[in-house]
Design a protein around this ligand. Sequence first.
Ligand SMILES: [Zn+2]
Length: 337
Amino acid sequence: MKFLKWNRQKFTFMVIPDANSQVVRFRLSSGWLFGALIAVAIVTISAAVALVLYGDRKTEVARLKHQLADATGKYEQIISDKDRHIGDLQTEVADLSDQAKSIQDKMADIGKLETQLKQIAGLEKPSSGSAGSGEGTAAESEGYAMDGGTGGEELPVTDGEIADMVEETRQNFADLGQWIEEMKPRLEETKDAVLKQQKKLMATPTIWPVDSRKITSTFGVRKDPFTHRARFHAGIDISGDTGDPVYATADGVVSHTGRDGDHGNNILVSHGNGLTTHYSHLSKILVKPGAKVRKGEIIGEMGSTGRSTGPHLHYEVYVKGTHVDPKPYLQTDRKDD
Ligand SMILES: [Zn+2]
């Protein structure tokens, strides 16, 4: 479409639109032409440089995009792991909370047992419906039922709920720790009281002095078998066979053994607390004065010595030197103790 024609210093350009149109010509000096060529070169080079730079940018952007995607993937994985960890920890908190409550319930049971022990030991009087409930440790706080046993709608726990549960569980365990600290000396005290009570029980006549249960004469006024006149019977008569074992009815010390016209062979055992038991009409005495005897220990044999019409044991109980009815002291068999 265009061509140029060399003209020493000037160049003429002709533009021929088509065969029927007029030719347009214009002239340029060589300086102008040179300038224009330089300009075209600069524009071309600039464009080329821009293209190269743009291409680099594009590659860089793509690389960064790729890096970002990688990083995002990793962070998503980390967040997902953390979420799972948090879920596990929440479950552990819930388990701990349940454990604390379960321990509290058990401790409350122990508290009730302790109260019952105290009542048995006579440390505490039985009171209606307050056994062990005064400690105020167990199962008073509201719980989060986390076992999901009943199904129904399940909502994710909130951070606030978990924080409350953690605080509640921490407090529950702290209460338990304190309660155990307080419980120890109380149990020691109860143990001492129970031991004391046990000792007292062992020193209290509670068992039958012979195996026979045949009471032939009770405590009180009766007709004397020899004189047939009213006479005060200071003990209880239990009949049996000569040679039947006679037992000490409580722990104690043999304070007297001997033989006299009324009692025949007889033994006195002192149990402390002003309590003494007396065993008469024995065929044999098997202990010596001063001997320590245990509840249920054989101290003699049944007989019919002294004022007696047949083999039987005449058994007396003294409280502070006064005869009392032995019947209330015959509470258990020897083997039960
Ligand atoms: Zn008698």
